[in-house]
Every structure is written in C-alpha cells, then in structure tokens.
Ligand binder design. Structure first.
Ligand code: ADP
Ligand code: ZN
Ligand code: ZN
Length: 752
C-alpha cells in the first residue's frame, strides 16, 4: 500500500537480543511504537526461529537498503532499563575487553531486568503550590472535590498514591487533572521499592552524621572538581590524599553539590561489605538532602536488585554506593563518578567480561561529559602516570586532618629477631611490648597477617615434599579449628594427615603460620586480652563483620587480628598500634606488581593507626627490611616509590608503560594444553609478525587448579584495540579445540 503521508521508509531500530546477541541487529518499528520507542527500553524481537528479549540500542537507526527487516514484536514495558550512554559504554567494553555484547549485558543488567520482570509502577500525587486561603475558600464552594484533595495532600509528608486516593476518597480524574493544569499539584511515576535505602548497612556501624568544616586542602580539592562539574565537560581527577586526610568529606561535598543541582552520582568502593563505615558515613551525610541512597551489594536479592534498578532509572534514587557493577547504574543526569581506593585490584572482574571498574568509570564519565574522581592514598601506577602526564587533574592532600601526625614506622629485622627470641618466633619483642603497653593503657591494637588458617604447609623430612592438594598445585593449609588440611584454591578439605601421604613417614611437621596460630600465640602471651579474629573463616555470616567492628569501636575488644579484610578504610580513633606480622608475604607474590601491592598494603594498614587524638605506631616485621616498598612506606614517600618502580617497569615494558594482555589456556590434558598454546603462538607470529611483544607460553604460577593445567601467554602492546583487531578474528578461526579453554584478560591485574 502506498504511504500517503510521505513516509517511504518504516522506522528502523537496532536491538541487542539477550539470547545470542553478540551484536546489535536491525528491526523495523511497528507504527504504534514509532513515536514512543526509546533507547534502553526492553522489547521482544524475532531472532532465528525464536523470539528473544532485548534492549533497544539505537533509534532511529539507519535503514538497511534492500533488506526486508523483521519487526519488533512488542514493547515489554515503557521504563528504559539502560541509559543511552551506558549502551555506548557497553559497546566500548565489548571492543576493549574482546567479548560479545550479550556477555557485557549479562554483567551490566541485573538478572531480573534481563528476564523482563515488569516494574510495578505507581502514579503518585504531591502538592507543589497550594492555593491562597481565599482561593481555597472559593474552591471549597465551587469545586469541593478539588479542595478535599488539596487538604489531603497538604497533610502528607510524602507523595500519595493516586489510585489509592481515588479509591479511599472517591476523588475522580477530572479533579486531579484540573489541579495539575492549575500547577498546584503534580504527578510522578514511582516504582514500588522493596529495598531499602535503609538496608542492613545502616545498623551495626553507624558513624556520626555531622559534617566537618573543610580544611584548606579539602576546599582546594572540592573547588577543583567543582570547576569540572560546572564546565559540564569530562575531566578525571586523582585525589591523592594520605590516609586520614579526609577524602571522604571531599566526596561528600561533591555529591551534595551534584544532588542539590538535580544531578546524580555513583560512588564506587572496593567491596561494600568490607567498607561499612564509608557507607554509613555517606548515607548519614546525605540524609538531610532527602536523597535516597541505593546500596548496591552482593547480599541484595534478585527482587531488591530489580527494584533498586528501576528506582534509579526513574530518578527516585539519585546516589548509588556499591562495588564495581554499580558503575552501570541507570541514573539519569549522571554528573559525578567517585572511585574510592582506586588502586584496589578488586575493581577488576575475574570473569568475562574482565573489565576494570575504575577504567570503565573513567570511560563512562567521558561519554557523558561528567566528572570522575579517583581517590587513594596509594594510587595505582597506571593512574599516577595519567595524573603526572596531565591527562588527569592531580589534587593532593598531603596531611592528615587537624595536623594529626602520621604514625611512626618501626621496622623489625626478623633475621636478627629469630636469633634472640625464645619460645615463639611469630611476634617480635617490640611488638609484644607494644601490645602489652596498649593493654595497660587501654588503647587498642590491630594485628595484620594476610594468611588464614593455622599452619601453612605440611612438610616431610624423609621425602622432602610439602603435601599438595590432589587437584591443585599448592600446599594444604592446616586449620586447627576442626583439624583439617585445606586447599585455599579449591576449598578441598581432608582430615589433617598424621603421616606423610607419600612415604608414610610419621615425622611430618606443620610449618609456617596463619591467623589461627597467631591467635593461639596471643592467647598464651596475654591470656586476658580480648581478641577478635577477622578472616574468611570466622566471618561466614554476613552481619558478623559489622557487629565485630561495632563491638571493637565500643571497646569490647582490645585487639583486632585479621587478614586483608581489615586493611581497608576503617577508622577507629583508639587504635594506636598496628602490627604487620609478615610484610614479606605480598613481596613474594609471583607478580610484577608485588612491590606495588606491598607498598599499598603497608601504607593502607599503617593508615589505621593514630587516627584519633592519640599518636600511632606501626610495627612492621620483615626478613627483607631493606626492600624498596618497605623503606618507601616507612618514609611515607609515595612519589619516591612510584618513580623508582616506574623506572623498573619501563625497563621491561610492563604496565603502565604498555598494556598487558594475558591469554590463559587451560584443560585437563597438560600435553594438549601445551600443544595448543605453542601452535597458537606460532600462528599468531606467522600471520601478524610484530603485532605485540609476546612472552610465553609459560606455566601460570598456579600451574594446576582443580585438575585444570594452566599456561599463559603475555602480550605487551601499546594499543589494545589494534592488537585485538588482529588477534580476535584469528582466534575465532584457530582456537576451536574443545578440551582446551582460552581466556583473554585485557589489562590483567591477577597474574597467578
Ligand atoms: P581518608 O578517607 O582520607 O582516610 P577520612 O575521610 O576517613 O580520611 O577522614 C579521617 C577522619 O577525619 C574522619 O574521622 C573524619 O570524620 C575526620 N575529618 C574529615 N574532615 C575533617 C575536617 N575538615 N575537620 C575535622 N575532621 C575531619
Ligand atoms: Zn614423606
Ligand atoms: Zn585444591
């Protein structure tokens, strides 16, 4: 039929279907949807022989000449589930991390959203400008229904449900329409929201709500980011502030400004469960603005996730605090993304798409023309390089608030200490004395050891072997709590052996120590001290962690002993001693970032000391006391450390000099894995000579995990996209071996 209205082409939209949509496909748009269809909405589309749910990706899109398009079947519901900038972001991720769009969307969108659950939307009424007394009196006579509605709404603190008003008060649509037309009331759509902005994180650890008067350094940082916000153009800032310099107050001031101006903000933290204090502070400092804060954490149910997502999409909640996946929040008018502790490796996702939440945050802000603030006392060298090369604005806060001193570092040379110690070899004399003093003065201590369990490994003097997990290439750790030997890679556990499993020798000995043994040692030395141990073994229950922290704050414990769970962001004013029991652990990591990780860990853990009025001391025990990270951490010289370390990195062409792409091959058959990886490298070098500096294949540091043999190849490249442009098509053709799996990790953080 000829189109009488001059439209020769039907509308075309691009849609990414969730089932099998590695990319966007074009569809024609039914007439009924032509005017209303929006990017980010959910639709059903035909794909192959099925009908799949998908997201509208581009609309209007270019018509495809000479192709007969299939049509969108139905609009699932009106509320968009993605913002247009997030569609662009997902596309960038698919390209940069080398994976399909559908796998990106599995990460971006909560499961219930992808399944097409419909939001329960309510239309809510609220008063904007009530009529003057005289007008109201007149209204009472002429339009009593309208007056009744005005009276009712005046008495409500929150917007009221329109359907409920109609049912309870019998006020019809014409009265509502008249008042809306007169500008006295307004209608907004809201979603029924199960979660809670007051979720469990508000209990346990609540921290004083009062704001502080910002000091000059804080004000300067706020002013600098404010300039970016006001310019409405993208800029990334690095807020480099020592521990206790008051970074959180800077974030809060910026978020408050954004909220006051009608915008929204994302606040990323390494792990919500481990940073309850930050969440509590943020929430209480935003409460007076009436801004609802979504706390996006792993304990939310699917339904809660869905509701929170929709509430953000509707603009009902304008701030989200969460771990990396909160970076995709569908907030309209997003103006600020904060990434606190930006150096933390947990911002990198360990499975496909292996994205880095910090890098995605910077990219999203740049797509939006928003501000991105990366904060840390120990910035990653990647970020530091960007800041010193003027790609990011550098805002520095070199001092603690109120001129509180930085803690003093005491480095203990454990080689000498061992010669002098009687009995136990775990705690140095100085650390023991320090603890004793704190107990006497009723101050608190934190002891840090990044290894859980009791003893590290079972060694046999007769056959010389350490007992390994049957399925992984690591030794088993003794757990005294139930006398098991456990594998920390695959969680396998067995009764702790009493004879060598290899040669049956009864002379086997447990060597090395973990948090459980330290706990025993402290109990022997200080039988009356109240010690809370915090590690993955004690903190199984989700609320326990916050409860213990809150009890520690209340003074119910003298000492906190724990793994990296206690390294981050905690602020306890009565802690004056921090002991780092084995500073060498992270130095020994088989990773080119070992020095960087050690420097970060020492500085962060040390930063827990002396945060209140009392001065703090940090005791660091090490067998390599002269090593760079320990010495620079002692002098609190981040810049010195960064300069030295960057020098070494560039010698080898390691990040941040170039990008590291790690290509892992794994499978049950070791020979086959070797064969495929070797053949692959040959093929890549033959077809794309010089496309990257290639190292390997070589066995991964964890050569075997759960019976999977693992090899990796490193590619060092200057441009990720160019390299993947060569690698991916070849990989699609070449790597089809079924029992060898390969994974590509762009900007790998974990090299084990
Ligand atoms: P950081 O995140 O940089 O380690 P925090 O934001 O946790 O530092 O601040 C450290 C402590 O100082 C907190 O207890 C905080 O309440 C307090 N604080 C922050 N800003 C100020 C200020 N301007 N005046 C006084 N105290 C402040
Ligand atoms: Zn043996
Ligand atoms: Zn194992």
């Amino acid at each position: 039929m000829p189109d009488l209205f001059g439209e020769t082409e039907p509308g075309v939209a691009e849609v990414v279907p969730f089932d099998g949509g590695a990319r966007a496909y074009s569809y024609s748009v039914p007439a009924a949807l032509k005017d209303t269809l929006q990017v980010g909405q959910l639709v059903r589309v035909p794909l192959g022989g099925r009908v799949s749910l998908g997201v509208v990706w581009k609309y209007p899109a270019e018509p495809l000449v000479g192709t007969k398009l299939r049509s969108i079947v139905v609009l699932e519901h009106e509320q968009p589930v993605m913002t247009p900038d997030c569609c662009k972001l997902a596309e960038w991720m698919a390209g940069y991390y080398g994976c399909g769009l559908n796998s990106v969307l599995e990460t971006v969108l909560p499961a219930a959203v992808r399944k097409g659950v419909r939001p329960v939307l309510r239309r809510m009424l609220s008063l904007i400008t009530p009529p003057e007394a005289e007008a109201l009196a007149k209204m009472r006579r002429k339009a009593p229904r309208q007056a009744q509605l005005i009276d009712f709404l005046s008495a409500q603190a929150e917007p009221a449900d329109r359907a409920k008003i109609a049912a309870d008060l019998g006020i019809g649509p014409s009265a509502v329409a008249a008042l809306i037309a007169a500008g006295m009331i307004k209608e907004v759509t809201s979603v029924q929201w199960r979660v809670a902005y007051d979720d469990p994180f508000s209990e346990g650890e609540t921290v004083a709500a009062a704001g502080h008067i910002l000091n000059p350094e804080q004000l300067a940082a706020v002013a600098s980011v404010t300039e970016t916000l006001d310019s409405k153009a993208f800029r990334a800032h690095l807020l480099h502030g020592v521990t206790g310099s008051g970074k959180t107050e800077v974030y809060v001031a910026l978020i408050r400004k954004v909220i006051a101006e009608g915008g929204s903000a994302i606040f990323l933290v390494p792990e919500v469960a481990l940073t309850p204090q930050t969440v509590g502070r943020l929430r209480s400092r935003l409460a007076d603005l009436g801004a609802k804060v979504v706390v996006w954490h792993s304990h939310l149910s699917a339904g809660e996730r869905f509701d929170a997502w929709m509430a953000m999409s509707l603009g009902q909640a304008r701030v989200v605090v969460g771990a990396r996946s909160a970076v995709f929040a569908p907030l309209p008018n997003l103006r600020l993304i904060v990434v606190d502790e930006e150096h933390e490796p947990s911002f990198k996702q360990g499975e496909t798409p292996m994205y880095h939440g910090r890098d995605v945050a910077v990219m999203r802000a740049s797509l939006l023309g928003a501000a991105c603030v990366l904060g840390s006392a120990t910035p990653s060298l990647e970020t530091w390089k960007n800041a010193t090369a003027d790609r990011y604005v550098l805002n520095t806060m070199p001092k603690r608030v109120d001129d509180r001193p930085m803690p003093a570092f005491r480095i203990i040379d454990m080689r000498r200490e061992i010669l002098h110690s009687k009995g136990q070899h775990i705690l140095s004399r100085e650390l023991v004395e320090g603890i004793r003093e704190r107990l006497q003065k009723r101050e608190q201590s934190i002891l840090f050891l990044n290894r859980r369990g009791h003893s590290r490994s079972l060694v046999c003097p007769d056959c010389g072997e350490a007992v390994q997990c049957a399925r992984c290439s690591v030794s088993l750790t003794l757990h005294r709590t139930n006398d098991t030997a456990r594998c920390h890679l695959c969680n396998h556990q067995e009764r702790a052996p009493v004879v060598c499993p290899q040669c049956r020798s009864p002379k086997v000995r447990w060597k090395g120590y973990g948090t459980q043994k330290v706990e025993e040692t402290i109990a022997q030395l200080f039988p009356r001290a109240k010690v809370a141990r915090i590690d993955a073994d004690t903190m199984g229950k989700k609320d326990l962690f916050r409860q213990v922290l809150s009890d520690f704050r209340a003074g119910k414990y003298d000492m906190l002993l724990g793994t990296q769970m206690i390294a981050k962001g905690l602020d306890f004013p009565r802690v004056t001693l921090v002991g780092i029991i084995d500073a060498d652990l992270s130095l020994q990591l088989p990773d080119f970032r070992a020095a960087e990780r050690t420097f970060q860990l020492l500085t962060q853990v040390a930063g827990r000391a002396g945060r209140g009025q009392l001065e703090g001391v940090v005791v660091v025990q090490s067998f390599q006391p002269a090593s760079d990270p320990i010495q620079f951490a002692k002098r609190m010289d981040f810049q010195g450390f960064a300069a030295a370390e960057l020098g070494k990195r560039s010698e080898f062409g390691y990040p941040p000099e170039r990008h590291l792409i790690r290509h892992i091959f794994r499978g049950r058959n070791a020979e086959k894995v070797h064969f495929v990886a070797e053949a692959w490298v040959k093929e890549l070098e033959r077809l794309h000579p010089g496309v990257a500096e290639i190292r390997g294949p070589a066995p991964c540091p964890f050569e075997k995990i759960q019976d999977q043999h693992r090899l990796h190849i490193w590619y060092l490249v200057s441009g990720v996209k160019t390299f993947l442009g060569a690698l991916l098509p070849l990989r699609a053709k070449f790597l089809r071996e079924e029992d060898v799996i390969d994974v590509i990790d762009v900007d790998a953080q974990d090299c084990a």
